[in-house]
Design a protein around this ligand. Structure first.
Ligand SMILES: NC(=O)c1ccc[n+]([C@@H]2O[C@H](COP(=O)([O-])OP(=O)(O)OC[C@H]3O[C@@H](n4cnc5c(N)ncnc54)[C@H](O)[C@@H]3O)[C@@H](O)[C@H]2O)c1
Length: 248
């Protein structure tokens, strides 16, 4: 049951935040598995360049995940492109700051992109997936959605909320034959963590940061029928960060 170029054959998958980092890699992996992708990002030039490297299997469009009209536009584009069968809610922003330092505006901004953006994506794309016979939605949370992290209250709150969103949507969309799961990466080397020292990995038994491919394999699995018996579940790929205390 390995991944073949047929694993996602005839499926169109929408990926948000696909101009760089993990979103761009997920798009590449989906195309390698036989799917087609419609890529959205606020970085319009960046996402167009990624789509260009994927040739006929990809389209791109401007997408601000906080804007319902943008979600409608990307969904329409995907329906014109083929059978819409998947969504990866990948776009996300980071926010540092403690529970007493974070301003309400900063806190809301992080929830708007990471939580509301994912809800809007589901609301726009799920009916298209239903009309095409069902499929799979993958919400990108984080190990920060499983733990508390000192000085990151807005980000941690948003990634926990993505878990609740995932479970609720899995129940709501089950009758439409749509599965919804969350993915919880640990530290992955992308522009997102620029400035963080990837050699400092407290409590992580695998002593290196991950690369985007480590997460793309999981995303392709969850989009495909190989995961047909999983919904509302949390899939962790974090180098063992969530295991518990590790000292060496
Ligand atoms: N890198 C990590 O260590 C790590 C760990 C756990 C979870 N994550 C999560 O994985 C996802 C991808 O992270 P990454 O490391 O590839 O990040 P990244 O910063 O490299 O890429 C994120 C992309 O999202 C886009 N984006 C930001 N706001 C947007 C908006 N409003 N609408 C549309 N697009 C928007 C950015 O332009 C960018 O292209 C995020 O949800 C992040 O929270 C990252």
């Amino acid at each position: 049951m390995g991944f073949t170029p047929q694993t996602l054959a005839d499926r169109v998958v929408i990926v948000s935040g696909a101009a760089r980092g993990m979103g761009a890699e997920h798009a590449r992996a989906i195309v390698e598995a036989g799917g087609r992708v419609v890529l959205g990002d606020v970085d319009v030039d960046g996402v167009a360049s990624v789509a260009e490297t994927l040739g006929d299997s990809a389209r791109s469009v401007a997408l601000d995940v906080t804007d319902p009209a943008d979600w409608q536009r990307i969904t329409d584009l995907a329906e014109d492109f083929g059978r819409v069968g998947g969504l990866v809610n990948n776009a996300g922003i980071f926010g540092a700051g403690s529970a007493v330092q974070t301003s309400l505006d900063e806190f809301r901004q992080v929830q708007a992109v990471n939580v509301e953006g994912s809800l809007l994506g589901i609301a726009a794309v799920a009916p298209a997936i239903r009309d095409n016979g069902g499929g799979s939605i993958v919400n990108i949370s984080s190990v920060a959605g499983l733990l508390g992290i000192h000085d990151h209250v807005a980000y941690v709150t948003s990634k926990w909320a993505v878990r609740g969103l995932t479970r609720s949507a899995a129940l709501d969309l089950g009758p439409w034959a749509i599965r919804v799961n969350s993915v919880h990466p640990g530290r992955i080397v992308t522009p997102f963590i620029d400035g963080l020292d990837s050699s400092v990995l407290p409590n992580q038994v695998i002593r290196e940061a991950g690369v985007p491919r480590d997460i793309s394999a999981l995303v392709v699995f969850l989009l495909s029928e190989h995961s047909r018996f999983s919904t509302g579940s949390e899939f962790i790929a974090d180098g063992g960060r969530y295991l518990g205390e590790f000292r060496r």
